[in-house]
Design a protein around this ligand. Structure first.
Ligand code: 3HC
Ligand code: NAI
Length: 708
């Protein structure tokens, strides 16, 4: 037996079992293919070739997975030999049959290792895929050439362009694998298959020789269709079109030429800022789950959940909980309100059914776990209660008093407030250590972000329970401190104000929206206001009118629209005009007239802004407030800000979030912009102390992520 190990405990062990060399990759937690594993695989194949007792090789993964892919942590670092394409070529060239026995994840480079093997068996529960596109990459170890030859251009394109995972049965149907094992015991299934191959004297069968591209017409049609559909759908992204180019290379070039072409394209993607942004996002959404509290304490059990309030948010939250298999009890003020609450929940499901995403049966099954009541006593057994009533401190306190009375000891009591002081709510009852914020985003069953708002007195295990719930709901939980707007809405208020200033200074809302979309957001800020309803922000502005700094610049344009009852899509007019039932608006000359009048009233001589100037101001405002949020301890690290903006506010994932983007852009350039803009409005454009400090030290936001 040989063992190859590294300080970080990656090993590739190979051991002769009868006449089969069993090669076990053990690199917790997911058997990523770092340099030790790559070297170990080559050594194992070399050992098999020279040992006359070996009749077949079996590759398996230790732990819960086969191989999750290339080691993402190595990206951007100096390359260490052997390269993964060489490892795959070595496996494929082996003169003895190589079998991959797959359980858990066989993703990216992991699937490429399996494709380079000569035979493949999977067990139920396995997930196979080529998700490189989600990291700004393409399969770069022969995957574009081998998968295409094995399953044909159409299926390979569908896998590589979506990055989706397929299960054992679909993998079999597609021809990615040869068989599905009878049991979950992957080692025994693999050994049995290898024995069978030896008994039938099966020879190495190389995927490079597979005939999936034999029908040239079908391949050409699939490639042309992918080109036509992909450009528009993946606007701005580099790797999807390159994936199609690689498939075309597989169809038109020799295997060796195809591999060379794939390598060039892979390296170009690997060097791109998009790859860096997407990998940052991948790690950020995993890091955010690690807070001081989740490290220190264990979650309380969660089985049944109470939701107080059945409006927009209460209903969406109830659906999110039901979808995660939890039992939900909704409390409303009276019978009528409860009926409306239930109708809201049903409406969310009916919307999904209308879009073909859900069946009536699934809805009926989910609703079996839904109960409604008007008495808080129905929450006596709830493990956690989420309050989503009107945004009013007195109403919220009254609800929490009832929860304090009715809920069992140890129940977690959460509020979905957007802006109110959660510490004040906590202080109003006898168990402040059980109270925290769970800030969902609308629509709550869809949006991935969940801000876990941590007031000073809450127990660590309550916070751990909130993160556990986020995981159950398949949401990205981000820890936030208590302040007006927490992380996301606090930042939104500032960069929206920057957009309003731009609008009053001369840019039209339509130009601002377009510039922001071209940067990569799915919608511009004024489209979002029209979608959410202008009245929500109007109410908040009126609430804050008394506390607003009288010297701060205030743009009245939105108020003017609201005073006319133009709240956006729901009223047919907002910043845009909406034809009956339309979701895309048209620019409105009357709005432009209102803006012109407001400019005159404010004594502003309109200027022309380029799209780039718009984006620079918008981003500088966002980054500066992000820095303040970290500086004030509201976000633990810059990466928490990044995850918040990506999952709650449509920030383009391939740019990694505003703080990662700032590092890419250069913090000194951001600071120089802010100082330039401050010449016109020093009160608004006050550089964050954290930004100033980082620039003075020549450091960046990433250094704070590493230090935390
Ligand atoms: N490299 C390095 N670390 C990885 C990794 C990888 N490929 N995949 C996962 N990890 C790490 C995670 O960062 C996490 O680390 P942490 O515990 O320190 O936070 C740990 O493994 C566990 O990951 P998850 O929390 O995501 O665990 P799950 O069980 O929920 O999911 C998984 C497991 C499905 C494998 C998921 O981690 C995943 O999708 N990983 C990425 C797979 C991928 O994208 N592979 C392609 C890589 S690119 C490539 O192969 C290029 C090639 O073509 C040349
Ligand atoms: P909504 O007005 O649609 O619903 C509120 C519901 O609470 C109503 O159904 C009402 O009958 C019920 N309610 C009021 N008082 C009650 C009481 N004492 N007991 C039981 N039920 C009571 O409001 P929405 O939009 O759902 O907002 C709820 C909370 O969620 C607010 O705190 C809001 O700030 C927050 N929030 C809202 C978001 C949004 O986009 N609408 C996003 C994130 C948070």
């Amino acid at each position: 037996m040989t063992l190859l190990s590294a300080p970080e405990s990656a090993t590739v062990e190979h051991e002769l079992r009868g006449n089969i060399l069993v090669v076990t990759i053990d690199h917790a937690p997911v058997n990523a293919l770092n340099s030790v594993v790559r070297r170990g695989l080559i050594e194992a194949i070399d050992a098999a070739e020279v040992n006359p007792s070996v009749r077949a090789v079996l590759i398996v993964g230790a732990g819960r997975n086969f191989i999750a892919g290339a080691d993402i942590r190595e990206f951007g670092m100096p390359a260490q030999p052997p390269a993964l394409p060489d490892v795959c070529n070595r496996i494929e060239a082996c003169g003895k049959p190589v079998v991959a026995a797959i359980h858990g994840a066989a993703l990216g480079g992991g699937l490429e290792v399996a494709l380079a093997s000569h035979y493949r068996i999977v067990v139920e529960g396995a997930k196979l895929g080529l998700p490189e596109v989600q990291l700004g990459l393409l399969p770069g170890a022969g995957g574009t050439q081998r998968a295409t030859r094995l399953v044909g251009a159409e299926s390979a394109l569908s896998l590589m362009l979506s990055g989706r995972h397929v299960d054992a049965q679909e993998a079999l149907r597609l021809g990615l694998v040869d068989r599905v094992g009878q049991s979950a015991d992957v080692l025994n299934e693999g050994l049995a298959y290898a024995h069978e191959l030896i008994a039938t004297q099966a020879a190495p069968r190389r995927t490079r020789d597979a005939r999936g591209l034999a029908d040239q017409q079908a391949s050409a049609t699939a490639i042309a269709a992918a080109r036509a559909n992909t450009q528009k759908k993946t606007r701005g992204l580099l790797s999807p079109m390159k994936i199609i180019d690689c498939v075309a290379a597989a169809a038109n070039l020799s295997f060796e030429e195809g591999l060379r072409f794939e390598r060039e394209q892979f390296l170009e993607c690997a060097d791109s800022p998009q790859r860096a942004g997407l990998v940052h996002a991948f790690f950020a959404e995993r890091e955010v789950q690690k807070s001081p509290e989740t490290r220190a304490a264990r979650s309380r059990p969660i089985r049944s959940v109470g939701v107080v309030g059945g409006g927009t948010m209460g209903a969406g939250i109830a659906v999110a909980l039901l979808d995660a298999g939890l039992s939900v009890t909704m409390i409303e003020r009276d019978g009528d309100a409860l009926q409306r609450g239930r109708a809201h929940v049903e409406k969310v499901y009916d919307g999904l059914i209308g879009k073909g995403r859900l069946t009536q049966e699934t809805k009926a099954r989910a609703l079996q776990c839904f109960h409604g009541d008007t008495s808080y006593d129905a929450l006596a057994d709830a493990d956690i209660v989420i309050e989503a009533v009107f945004e009013d401190m007195a109403v919220k306190k009254a609800v929490f008093t009832e929860l304090d009375r009715a809920c069992k000891q140890g129940a977690v009591l959460a509020t979905n407030t957007s802006y109110l002081d959660i510490d004040e709510i906590a202080a109003s009852i006898s168990r402040p250590h059980d109270v925290l914020g769970l800030h969902f985003f609308s629509p709550a069953n869809i949006m991935k972000l969940l801000e876990v708002v941590v007031p000073p007195r809450v127990s660590a295990d309550v916070v751990a329970t909130a993160f556990d719930l986020a995981k159950k709901l398949r949401k990205v939980g981000v820890r936030a401190g208590v302040c007006d707007g927490f992380i996301g809405n606090r930042m939104l208020a500032v960069y929206r104000a920057a957009a309003d200033h731009l609008m009053e200074d001369g840019a039209s809302p339509y130009q601002i929206d377009k510039a922001v979309r071209d940067f990569g957001f799915p919608m511009g800020p004024y489209q979002v206001i029209d979608l959410a309803g202008g009245d929500i922000g109007w109410a908040a502005r009126k609430r804050r009118a008394l506390t607003r700094d009288p010297h701060a610049r205030y743009v009245r344009i939105s108020d003017e629209l609201c005073e006319r009852g133009w709240f956006g899509q729901k009223t047919g007019r907002g910043f845009y005009r909406y034809d009956e039932g339309a979701r895309i608006g048209k620019p409105d000359p009357e709005v432009e007239l209102i803006i012109a009048t407001e400019r005159e009233r404010a004594g502003v001589a309109p200027r022309v802004f380029s799209d780039e100037q718009i984006v620079r101001r918008y981003m500088a405002a966002m980054i500066n407030e992000g820095a303040n949020v970290v500086h004030d301890g509201i976000a633990l690290r810059p990466l928490d800000v990044d995850a918040t903006l990506i999952h709650g506010f449509g920030f383009p994932r391939y740019r990694g979030g505003p703080m990662h983007y700032a590092d890419t852009f250069g913090l000194d350039s951001v600071l120089a912009d802010i100082r330039e803009f401050a010449k016109d409005d020093p009160l608004f454009w006050r550089a964050s102390p954290l930004l100033v400090e980082l620039v003075a030290r020549g450091a960046n936001f990433a250094s704070l992520n590493r230090a935390a």
